[in-house]
Design a protein around this ligand. Structure first.
Ligand code: 9WN
Length: 456
């Protein structure tokens, strides 16, 4: 498969190619996630995309976040998708009409169409990253980014408060998701058990648009999975997207360990942003509480035997014991506990992940080849996602694991040189899968290539 940007062999060519992908997918103040498969603005994509834009233009980068956050709901929810009104009907499903948020709830913004769910809260991490990169820019850039952060901080506070309250009424420190799409790792085998119990009712007919854009349907979720995804959307609509009602009745309620870990790290970032944005002391104390509660929640879900943290199924009251990259939650959250850190690093290096003898590159498969649900070509069931490699690399680098981080970055760049800016990659053959010219893949390449070769 050849990407529009080509297969970049050298660092310079790769950086030029990555910039070209972002520019081609740029629609003004925001960037579509992929040229054809994902023609709208996605929430966590935008945060990673902003990390890449920061290396080209920090002011454009912060606009990506400002634009996304302007579609925030009155509840504080930052929507998974902000719909592009200019794309042809049938380009992506479920579309704005199917979600029908503006008609069903006053919490949805009046000016734009959005979906009615959220995605992992990477945004504060991205905003702080942009701020750090902007320090190397001119005065106008620094002033512009600072002004934007001033405006973003109250919105980010409302977003994190929403996750810490409406999405954690138990005060467990862990974020509840109500749809696998909210995890960002949609068809991960983590969700299989919870999804199998869902009986699809009277589902209005629909046509999938995603299969038009991949060469092989086995790379995408199955039709059975889609029926369940769409049924969950119907149930959320029947509850008028009311979080309290959803909590009472919804069949899919899961504490997502990855979103929870990202929230811990995002709270650390928000604390720094609160300083820049001059938030008051009460807000700062609240952020510290959320962060510490999050760390305690992650510790509760630690599985010493697997050396991974596990999701928790709220409905069945049990841990979900599947080996996936989400289990590296303590590493992603910079959990200070030494024992867990050592165990996480050992699991990462083991044959269950980076040490697997058949891997094309030592990069983390989304699901361990040892796990029952592993499938090397299917989306989040096995392929390597460069964007996730970046998140893990960034967390390792931040927390002083320089050697592991350096090796991960080198392997990631080797992979990108071979596959271009693919959405995900078959872990054994190295075949690029999903969409070509995926914005967040190009974005993380730009960050990896920026000197010095560490995060700012
Ligand atoms: C549903 C845009 C998004 C990513 C998700 C990824 C995929 C959408 C889909 O694409 O999900 O949100 O249609 O499959 O799983 O992480 O945000 O890139």
């Amino acid at each position: 498969m050849t990407t529009a940007a080509g297969h970049p062999g050298t660092s310079d060519a790769m950086a030029r190619g990555a910039a070209a992908v972002l520019r081609a997918n740029d629609l003004g103040g925001w960037t579509k996630a992929a040229p054809r498969l994902y023609p709208h603005q996605w929430s966590w994509d935008s945060a990673f995309i902003a990390v890449g834009w920061a290396r080209l233009d920090p002011l454009r980068a912060i606009r990506e976040l400002t634009s996304l956050l302007s579609a925030q709901w009155a509840t504080g929810l930052v929507p998974q998708i902000v719909f592009n009104p200019d794309v042809a009907a049938g380009s992506y499903f479920p579309d704005a009409e199917r979600w029908d948020c503006r008609r069903l709830t006053e919490a949805a913004p009046a000016a734009v169409d959005t979906s009615g769910i959220c995605q992992p809260p990477v945004h504060a991490i991205a905003a702080l990253h942009i701020w750090s990169v902007a320090q190397h820019g001119d005065e106008a850039t620094r002033t512009g980014v600072r002004a934007a952060i001033h405006e973003l901080v109250p919105r980010l506070l409302a977003w994190h408060r929403y996750l810490a309250t409406a999405r954690d009424p138990e005060q467990s420190g862990l974020v509840t998701i109500v749809h696998p799409w909210e995890s960002g790792t949609d068809n991960s085998p983590r969700w299989d058990q919870a999804m199998e119990t869902i009986l699809v009712g009277d589902l209005p007919p629909f046509a999938r648009a995603d299969l038009q854009h991949v060469v092989d349907p086995s790379q995408r979720p199955t039709n059975e999975e889609y029926d369940r995804y769409l049924w969950l959307v119907e149930l959320l609509k029947r509850a008028d997207y009311d979080d309290a009602l959803i909590y009472e009745s919804h069949p899919f309620l899961v504490k997502d360990i990855l979103s929870s870990a990202i929230l811990v790290t995002a709270n650390s970032a928000l604390l720094a942003l609160a300083e820049i944005g001059e938030a008051d002391d009460a807000d700062r104390r609240e952020i510290v509480e959320w962060r510490d509660r999050g760390l305690r929640g992650l510790a509760q879900q630690w599985d010493a035997e697997l050396g991974l943290a596990l999701d928790w199924n709220v409905r069945s009251a049990e841990s979900i014991r599947v080996q996936t990259i989400a289990g590296f939650a303590p590493l992603i959250a910079s959990d200070p506990n030494e024992e867990r850190r050592a165990a996480q690093l050992a699991t990462l290096a083991s044959p269950a992940f980076l040490g697997h003898p058949d891997l094309r590159w030592p990069l983390p498969p989304s699901t361990s080849p040892d796990a029952a649900g592993f499938q090397p070509r299917s989306y989040w069931r096995g392929p390597v996602w460069p964007v996730f490699t970046w998140l893990l690399w960034w967390a390792l680098d931040q927390s002083g694991e320089a050697d592991v981080a350096t090796r991960l970055r080198a392997a990631a760049l080797d992979q990108l040189a071979a596959v271009g800016f693919a959405e995900y990659v078959e872990p054994f053959s190295g075949e690029p899968l999903g969409s070509a010219d995926q914005s967040w893949t190009a974005a993380v390449a730009l960050d990896w290539l920026a000197p010095p070769h560490t995060s700012p």
